[in-house]
Every structure is written in structure tokens, then in C-alpha cells.
Design a protein around this ligand. Structure first.
Ligand code: HEM
Length: 181
């Protein structure tokens, strides 16, 4: 997993709890990387899960909620850092539909070692989109945070229903995204 993800998780935690509290949490974690992350490095996803769990305990926030917040945080960072992907998208659904065949394709070209999920999308009549997440990593809450932030970014918050299952050792989650009428 890209170092930028770790650096941003730590920035978010510092924003929520302050640098000293985050340093203490990092010291208390038994991480093979030693808890030092750079944006150009790559680190195992298991370290991300360890950090989320440790911040969840220290911030007294459920791990799923923390992943969701982190998804929202990353979406804001990406929207800021990669405006080119957003400029020709008029609404949240066109943005979400472009992740699999455009955005993450470009990410893979830039960073062949990136670990990305796959998505399938399908329109369900007016105002609803089904988006199926499939990954070797259990980042469904992170993903939902990104989707929610995306719908809010376009000024159309949505109600999201999620169904999860495992398939061939993958984590699969179907998101039914309904824009508020
Ligand atoms: C709402 C839109 C988006 C969704 C739902 C989404 C979803 C995800 C998810 C769930 C992951 C975690 C990996 C996994 O679960 O297997 C991920 C990773 C990533 N995404 Fe996206 N993404 C979105 C937009 C973007 C944008 C705009 C960029 C900008 C370039 C981007 C770049 C990346 C990068 C760099 C990673 C990390 C890969 C790694 O750590 O190896 N994503 N994305």
C-alpha cells in the first residue's frame, strides 16, 4: 500500500488528537516499518489495519467509523491533488463510474505497485447507482467514506445501503447509492 495513505492517516489522527498523542500511539504499535512512513515508500496493508485499530482505541472511536472518516479525508485530498480527474465530471455518479476505468487506471500507470480494489457499476433507474467493491483488503468502510464524500462534493448527498460478503478470498461489498430527492 502506498506510503501516501499512511502519511495521510497520521495527518488525520494528528488533526483529531494532536501530535503528541499520535506519537504515543505510534510508539505503542509493534510495526515492522518502525512507524516511520514516507509518501514514496510502500508498506503492508496489515500495518494500516494495526494503526486504525490503535487510533480507534486511543480516540475512543469505533474502527469502522475511523475508516469512514479516513475515506472522507482521502477523498478531499485526492480532489485537491488531482483536479484533472474531476474537471469533466458533472455529477457524483459520473465520477464514481470513472474510478474503475479511468482514475485507478491512471493510478496504476503512475504506480504499478499500487494495491487497488475493482469496481463494477450499474445505474438503477433515476437517481440510483449500484457500485460493487471487490478487494483483497477489508476497506469497505474507507470506501463508503469516499463514496459519501464524493456525493457531498457534487452537492447531492445520498443514502447508501451496503451488503457485504466474501468471495474467493476477496472482500466484496455492494453499495446501493440513492441520491436524496
Ligand atoms: C469516490 C472515488 C473513489 C473511490 C470510491 C476510491 C476507492 C478506493 C479504495 C477503496 C482504495 C483502497 C484500496 C482497496 O480497498 O483495495 C483506494 C486506493 C487508492 N486510490 Fe482510490 N478511490 C476513489 C478516488 C480516487 C482518486 C480521485 C484518486 C486520485 C488519483 C485515487 C487514488 C487512489 C490511490 C493512490 C490509492 C492507494 C493505492 C495503494 O495504496 O497502493 N482514488 N481507492
Amino acid at each position: 500500500m502506498k506510503g501516501v495513505v499512511f502519511v495521510e492517516l497520521i495527518s488525520m489522527a494528528e488533526d483529531l488528537a494532536g501530535e503528541d498523542a499520535v506519537d504515543k500511539v505510534l510508539e505503542g504499535c509493534d510495526l515492522p516499518s518502525g512507524g516511520v512512513f514516507t509518501t514514496v515508500g510502500n508498506y503492508p496493508c496489515s500495518e494500516l489495519m494495526t494503526l486504525v485499530q490503535a487510533f480507534s482505541t486511543s480516540l475512543d472511536t469505533p474502527a469502522g467509523e475511523l475508516q469512514n472518516r479516513f475515506g472522507r479525508w482521502m477523498f478531499a485530498r485526492f480532489a485537491q491533488g488531482y483536479p484533472a480527474f474531476f474537471k469533466d465530471k458533472n455529477d457524483a455518479f459520473s465520477m464514481l463510474e470513472s474510478i474503475e476505468n479511468e482514475v485507478h487506471v491512471e493510478v496504476r500507470k503512475l504506480y504499478p505497485e499500487a494495491e487497488l480494489p475493482t469496481f463494477e457499476t450499474r445505474r438503477m433507474g433515476d437517481g440510483a447507482l449500484e457500485m460493487i467493491y471487490s478487494s483483497e483488503r477489508p476497506l469497505m468502510d474507507f470506501c463508503q467514506g469516499m463514496i459519501e464524500a464524493c456525493t457531498e462534493h457534487f452537492g447531492t448527498p445520498a443514502a447508501i445501503e451496503r451488503r457485504e460478503h466474501r468471495k474467493d478470498d476477496k472482500y466484496v461489498a455492494g453499495f446501493e447509492i440513492r441520491l436524496a430527492a
